[in-house]
Design a protein around this ligand. Structure first.
Ligand SMILES: O=C(O)C1=C[C@@H](OP(=O)(O)O)[C@@H](O)[C@H](O)C1
Ligand SMILES: C=C(OP(=O)(O)O)C(=O)O
Length: 398
């Protein structure tokens, strides 16, 4: 029986927006429940970097993208780099946009990728920009947050499909919380010149992290667990989990203080799931489908190739060990097939990706699993293994 109250980390997405906005506001106000995730602790430290420093955003996409815009808008001169993987994650769309606004930024390595030399800012008078929105929403969020500080505000026309759109809406909702009004109509976002107001902010628990508990409930024989500080009126797009996980046999009940998860019947066949708006849930669902022995079709996975690792390739390598296969059956339509039996004690490689570790660990409810480099979870959920231990998982530590 999986039973108990389990602590989630606070959302690193909400926390990192609140930190950037506080720094841009010129005020000091409390941010409650700031995430203990490395991505957040790191951003908090780097917001007070000294001129001329070499600053590393490590493996944190939001830190890299949000700080590029923040350092540009505040005219800071320093070098911004990251892990070798971060230097393979594209940033050209954001740099091009910032340059048009007046930022002086040079590439120190390959054109379009970190590391970046930030060389100051001189407003160009341009405030209307067209930016691609089909690669990463983080470029758009980064630009939006500096928008109210620009002399004429900012008018963004989004070009192409809008990837990870709920994260853009989260940015606008948090800007509104701090007194900045913007409009988002069709493909156009307008942010007039304004001042951020001081305001307390409480970060909600992280729905992406909750997905691993949904997976555990689905895989357990019996389950009744409680996850505190999740809300139904969340700013996070990953709060689609209650409906997304219902077919996998997880029942969600909202209370005043969080959610209770219990088991219900698995509904087969499970409809095709689109992850374009919630890419961080894809690994959870792929591993869960393999563990439950249900085939599922997955779409909207384009952005997975440029995250902490190439997540499609990582899933394809590791699912085989569970007897499953992730195959592209049509352009951008993937399907989890179940042709074989799982290995007796699969060792899951994590490719420096926290979500590979967290998504595959719940399989231990079915058979022994070894997770390689388990410390990767520090990026978003440092206490993950402690909470699993509380839930009754036993670990062999090497
Ligand atoms: O803005 C954010 O906080 C995030 C946006 C998403 O990235 P993309 O917009 O690159 O898909 C998501 O995958 C990431 O974990 C956090
Ligand atoms: C993609 C992620 O993070 P980021 O892009 O901020 O590194 C993630 O946490 O799954």
């Amino acid at each position: 029986m999986l039973h108990g109250i389990f602590q989630l980390p606070a959302s690193k997405s909400e926390a990192n927006r609140a930190l950037i906005i506080r720094a841009l506001s010129g005020h000091d106000f409390p941010i409650h429940n700031l995430s203990d995730a490395n991505d957040t602790q790191l951003l908090n430290r780097l917001l007070s970097s000294k001129a001329g420093a070499e600053v590393s955003a490590e493996d944190a996409g939001t830190v890299m993208r949000f700080l590029t815009a923040y350092y540009a808008a505040t005219g800071q001169q320093l070098t911004l780099t990251g892990t070798p993987r971060m230097c393979q994650r594209p940033i050209g769309v954001l740099v091009d946009a910032l340059r048009k606004l007046g930022a002086k930024i040079e590439y120190l390595g390959e054109e379009g990728y970190p590391p970046l030399q930030m060389k100051g800012f001189e407003a160009s008078g341009t405030y209307q920009l067209t930016v691609r929105s089909d690669i990463s929403s983080q470029y758009i969020s980064a630009l939006l947050m500096i928008g109210p500080l620009l002399p004429q505000g900012l008018e963004l026309t989004l070009k192409g499909k809008i990837s990870s759109e709920p994260y853009i809406r989260m940015t606008l909702a948090q800007m509104a919380h701090f007194g900045v009004q913007a409009t988002f109509e069709g493909q156009k976002i307008t942010v007039p010149h304004q001042q951020y107001q001081a305001q307390e902010f409480t970060v909600e628990s992280d729905w992406s992290a909750a997905s691993y508990w949904y997976s555990m409930v689905a895989l357990a024989q019996e389950a009744d667990i409680f996850l505190p500080a999740l809300r139904s009126n969340s700013l996070q797009g990953d709060s689609v989990l209650p409906s997304l996980m219902e077919p996998f046999g997880v029942q969600t009940e909202f209370t005043e203080t969080g959610v209770r998860l219990t088991k219900s019947a698995v509904q087969e066949p499970i409809a095709r799931i689109d992850f374009f708006a919630c890419p961080d849930l894809a690994q959870t669902v792929a591993a869960l489908a393999a563990g439950l022995g249900v085939e599922v079709e997955m779409t909207g996975l384009e952005s997975l190739r440029i995250k902490e690792t190439d997540r499609i390739a990582a899933l394809q390598f590791e699912l085989v060990k569970l007897g499953a296969e992730l195959r592209e059956i049509a352009p951008d339509v993937f399907k989890v097939f179940l042709p074989n039996k799982p290995e007796t004690e699969p060792t899951i490689h994590t490719y420096e990706d926290h979500r590979m570790a967290m998504a595959f660990a719940p399989l231990a409810l079915k058979y022994p699993v070894i997770i390689d480099e388990p410390k990767v979870v520090r990026k978003s959920y440092p206490r993950y293994w402690d909470e699993l231990q509380k839930a009754g998982f036993s670990f062999v530590k090497s």
